[in-house]
Design a protein around this ligand. Structure first.
Ligand code: GRF
Length: 186
């Protein structure tokens, strides 16, 4: 039995997509748990509906090394729309075992404050022809860990942040579970 933690701050559609993907593969026995830093996050309702344990974390707790005890043994930590910087004690303790998904082609459009529609708006404002997703390892800096995979989509001349977000989510739903499967099997 593998244990995977998902950290999410928002809607949690990636979290649900990942859980759903592995439920369709019952031969892969995985226990999921969700952590959120946002008491209003949509991911909380999804967790309830999916019967996945979901815990709310405070910043002080997250930045304190004692949080390692709450985490325990894990096979993988997934950041799926999680907005806090991961402290160094965690990146060290779980080196190679924390991954993030970013809704653009890093190193472009990454870093602190670059999340959600802000990213898509910047891509459109700069008249980029392509955008995409980056799945990467997590280190102690925002969006700077080693890239695992990138996938691209076209940015049309009449693209809006909403339509681009839809294309990006489709890429995320297709790629993220497969990368996770490869990492936990490898
Ligand atoms: C995704 O686009 C992801 O790339 C980014 O935050 C968004 C989260 O969406 N890091 P959701 O909460 O999974 O719907």
């Amino acid at each position: 039995m593998k244990r995977i933690l998902i950290f999410a701050s928002g809607s949690g559609s990636n979290a649900e997509n990942i859980i759903d993907y592995f439920w369709r593969r019952p031969n892969m026995s995985i226990r999921f748990e969700i952590f959120t830093n946002n008491k209003n996050a949509g991911v909380i309702d999804r967790a309830r509906r999916l019967h996945i344990p979901c815990a709310l974390i405070e910043r002080e707790q997250f930045n304190d090394e004692k949080f390692l005890e709450a985490i325990g043994e894990v096979d993988l930590i997934i950041l799926a729309g999680f907005l806090w910087l991961v402290p160094e004690y965690l990146t060290k303790a779980f080196s190679g075992k924390i991954i993030n998904i970013h809704p653009a082609l890093l190193p472009a459009y990454g870093g602190k404050g670059m999340y959600g529609d802000r990213v898509h708006k910047a891509v459109i404002d700069n008249k980029e022809k392509r955008s995409g997703i980056t799945i990467h390892h997590v280190n102690e800096k925002y969006d700077e860990g080693e890239v695992i995979v990138q996938a691209t989509c076209k940015v049309e001349t009449n693209e809006s942040p909403e339509t681009l977000a839809g294309k990006i989510h489709r890429l995320e739903f297709a790629y993220f579970p497969i990368v996770i499967e490869q990492l936990i099997e490898g």
